[in-house]
Design a protein around this ligand. Structure first.
Ligand SMILES: Cc1cc2nc3c(=O)[nH]c(=O)nc-3n(C[C@H](O)[C@H](O)[C@H](O)COP(=O)(O)O)c2cc1C
Length: 507
């Protein structure tokens, strides 16, 4: 059954294939048998990404991509490229309904389901097992290029790891660089072994910006290498959970169980003390060598720029398991819109909304634009606000919110209930008619940055280190400044519909 606008019933897909079957049945996934170039420098895939995403185009299964190790491997492209398809990953079509579901489940661990560990015999990700010296990623993994990127990236996988002290599990969606046929951004070259067993991981551990960063940092302080398992192309609800900043030491796989309404099936790894989703298309097991840092680039990032040089820790792979005929998902980050932009935004909105609503009932909605401007919509305005400086209180609450991203909000705008936070024309109107820059703004230096913001000072491991932050209170200033405010001159929607109907034959 296709999900309706808001069934309120989460949908449990066993794996990515079930989700894709739903998309195909719904006319939202097209098979493409036209040959396409996926090679370094000559590829057509950034252009294709822009073409389909800028018109809310369908998901594609590219059956003939000319790249490395892609012969006979279907390349999934743009599965999450619209708000509707992202909402569908957890059984909704309507974006706001999906976001509310996400934020409500996040706030209520009683609705979560611990994962279920199943026997290896029932796990499709174990159909092929390659260990030790047999591992050769240069022959065994697809390498697909986008735009002017130097290496081929893996962007379809979640990393599973355990806190080296407490054993608490983390699952996060982080990118990797492959080394075969990769250009070195400073004109150097890579050791041939890198292409065989190594990936460079976007694990920000110095300082530790993510939970895998914290695990990596702790392990390095303890003089150990951190065990990891990397699972690619799984049930999309699990991907959504892995992109959510749940509190540290709290298990994303249990949260995913809550999102989908039933436990995720996991299976023990072969060579590391970890479990992975049993229905993954492929899995890599290995360890993080934070004592081996590699220089990589160019890397196209989600704020729309190429990072030229980055220093990242190596993950050394010791075992590869997979389905007999796995699907590969290839995607890139660039000036929005791009495939997984909404997949990254829904959890950010959910994280902030879930936290704010627990303590501020007047918060009605949180919209985060593709360029990460945070707009908070209140359910009250004017004299109904609990305090004259309520807008500023809400701005501080966003910076102090739970989750990974609210604290990094460079620009927060607070609006009243009559302003649609997704309509930037309306947000601008509220600012220009309800906001005085000196009186109604907060500017603070030394905030926590959005790590990829190119306008910030950089840290040792490349990323942004410090950011100025600004909050704009665009609510109506009664009673702070006025005893009354002019009435808004806007047509009544029912009257608009009536006059449109009356003139339907002419207009
Ligand atoms: C497709 C995709 C790729 C991502 N890549 C990275 C990445 O390489 N590094 C990173 O720190 N966060 C990345 N993120 C964001 C994290 O997945 C997200 O913040 C998540 O909460 C991190 O998990 P953690 O809170 O357990 O650290 C990515 C998100 C998506 C949707």
């Amino acid at each position: 059954m296709l999900p309706t606008a808001h069934t309120g019933v989460p949908m449990a897909f066993k794996d990515m294939r079930e989700f894709l079957a739903l998309l195909e049945k719904d006319g939202q996934l097209k098979q493409v048998d036209v040959p396409l170039d996926g090679r370094r420098e000559t590829n057509e895939l950034q252009a294709l990404m822009h073409h389909v995403c800028s018109q809310d185009g369908p998901a594609l299964m590219l059956n003939k991509v000319d790249a490395i190790n892609t012969e006979g491997v279907p390349i999934l492209f743009n599965p999450f490229g619209t708000r509707e398809r992202t909402a569908m990953t957890i059984g909704f079509r309507d974006w706001r309904a999906a976001k509310l579901h996400h934020s409500e489940v996040l706030a209520d661990p009683a609705r979560w389901h611990a994962p279920k560990v199943i026997d290896k015999a029932g796990a499709p990700c174990k159909e092929v097992i390659i260990r030790g010296d047999e591992v050769s990623l240069d022959k065994q993994l697809p390498h697909v290029w986008f735009g002017k990127e130097g290496p081929a990236y893996i962007t379809n996988a979640m990393t599973f790891s355990k806190d080296p002290e407490t054993g608490g599990r983390n699952c996060g969606w982080y990118r990797f660089t492959q080394f075969l046929d990769a250009t070195h951004p400073q004109g150097g070259s890579y050791k041939p072994e890198r292409a065989k067993t190594d990936l460079a991981a976007f694990y920000w551990w110095n300082p530790p910006f993510s939970d895998i960063g914290r695990h990596t940092f702790k392990a390095s302080q303890m003089g150990k290498r951190l065990e990891v398992a990397i699972a690619g192309v799984c049930d999309p609800a699990l991907h959504l959970a892995s992109a959510t900043g749940v509190p540290y030491n709290v298990d994303e796989t249990a949260f995913a169980g809550g999102l989908r309404g039933s436990p995720v099936e996991m299976v023990r790894c072969e060579t590391v003390d970890l479990e992975v989703p049993a229905h993954a298309e492929w899995v890599l097991e290995g360890e993080v060598c934070s004592d081996e840092i590699e220089t990589i680039g160019w890397h196209s990032n989600p704020v729309g720029y190429y990072d030229r040089v980055q220093a990242l820790p190596i993950v050394r792979i010791k075992c590869l398991t997979r389905r007999r005929k796995p699907i590969w998902h290839a995607t890139m980050e660039m000036v929005p819109p791009f495939d997984h932009n909404y997949m990254a935004l829904l959890p950010v909105e959910g994280e902030v909304l879930s936290d704010l609503r627990k303590k501020i009932p007047e918060v009605h909605d949180v919209a985060v634009t593709p360029n990460m401007c945070y707009v908070v919509q209140l359910s009250v305005d004017g004299w109904r606000k609990p305090h004259p400086n309520f807008g500023k209180y809400v701005i501080h609450a966003v910076w102090g919110s739970a989750g990974r991203w609210g604290r990094t909000a460079k620009l927060v705008i607070v609006v009243g209930p009559d302003v649609d936070p997704y309509d930037l024309k309306q947000v601008e109107w509220a600012m220009m008619t309800r906001w005085q820059p000196a009186k109604d703004s907060i500017v603070q230096p030394d905030g926590i940055p959005m790590i990829l913001d190119p306008s910030c000072e950089k840290s040792a491991q490349f990323g942004a280190f410090r950011s100025d932050q600004m909050g704009i209170d665009a609510t109506i200033k009664i009673p702070e400044r006025f005893t009354e405010y002019p009435e808004v001159s806007q047509a009544d929607p029912a009257a608009v519909a009536a006059v449109a109907k009356k003139l339907a034959g002419i207009l």
